[in-house]
Design a protein around this ligand. Structure first.
Ligand SMILES: [Zn+2]
Ligand SMILES: [Zn+2]
Length: 285
């Protein structure tokens, strides 16, 4: 197993582990010089995110992709949103999520300090904008946080789609798929199932998202312990083997783990060398 040797993943991680650790899995990438896309933000990482934004004066577009409402993913956006509103006049943070979780996300953002000044469209007190993705019958639509349908052209060009997945028995979560610098990015978010991502990969590599054999980066939530919330690496190792075989341009990046040393050992033991060269454990940038 390589530790990023010669491989520069598109995503930079503020933290890489689970909600019970002091390194919550939140990340960002820049699809171009003027755009930043944050993926989840907890209280632990919000200062670092503000620092990154302050150090990039060229940024003009600010996005936050939110996977679900657990506190290690959704509690830290207020400070970032206020920073953008106060220090970049005319700009607002645009929150992107799936329609299946958007009501919960709005409630969680409100309670984390992004106050609900969104009773009228265009209110100057607005702290953030929202786009929520919905797919129905093969078509997609975006909605704002008032539930109004937005035109298709509001889709940012780096965004492909969100994927609804199961996380806890009571909580849905969503993953995201992006394109950035010619790569196809698949981000699982917190999930206890692999199927939505395998289905997407099949569809994507059959050319339905306008790519032929793109380099793929698949960021996947795994733990060494078994739980109902997360995929357990030992249980899915065989499926990952098949996937790595089937997609030779795919690099797999493991994140949100519980025990880095044990996970590294399991990767080395359970995946053949030829394949585990394309498996990486996410590291803080
Ligand atoms: Zn989590
Ligand atoms: Zn979670």
């Amino acid at each position: 197993m390589a530790l990023y040797h010669g491989f520069e993943p598109e995503l930079k991680f503020f933290g890489t582990m689970n909600g019970g650790s002091d390194s919550h899995t939140n990340a960002f990438f820049c699809p171009d010089d003027e755009t930043i896309v944050l993926i989840d933000m907890s209280l632990l990482n919000r200062r670092r995110a503000c620092e990154v934004i302050r150090n990039m004066p060229n940024l003009k577009r600010f996005y936050a992709c939110v996977t679900h409402t657990h506190s290690d993913h959704c509690t830290g956006f207020a400070e970032v949103a206020y920073l953008i509103k106060n220090e970049r006049p005319g700009e607002l943070l645009t929150v992107l999520t799936d329609r299946a979780v958007s009501d919960d996300v709005i409630a969680q953002l409100d309670s984390s300090g992004m106050r609900a000044y969104h009773t009228s469209v265009g209110n100057e007190d607005e702290i953030y904008r929202m786009l929520s993705y919905d797919e129905y019958g093969g078509a997609y639509a975006f909605y704002d946080k008032h539930g109004h349908t937005l035109a298709k052209k509001t889709k940012p060009e780096w965004f492909i789609r969100s994927l609804v997945t199961s996380h806890s028995p009571r909580l849905k979560s969503c993953g995201f798929t992006f394109r950035s610098h010619g790569k196809l990015i698949v981000y699982s978010g917190d999930t206890n199932e692999l199927v939505p991502y395998l289905n997407f990969l099949r569809m994507a590599t059959e050319g339905h998202v306008g790519y032929d054999d793109p380099p793929i980066e698949f960021y996947l939530d795994v733990a060494t312990r078994k739980s109902e919330l997360h995929l357990c690496f030992a249980e899915i190792a065989d499926e990952l083997k098949v996937m790595l075989d089937e997609y030779p341009t795919l690099n797999l990046i493991l994140m949100h783990y519980d025990d880095v040393a044990l996970l590294a050992r399991q990767v080395n033991e359970m995946l053949p060398t030829m394949l585990n060269e394309r498996v990486f454990i996410a590291r803080v940038f």
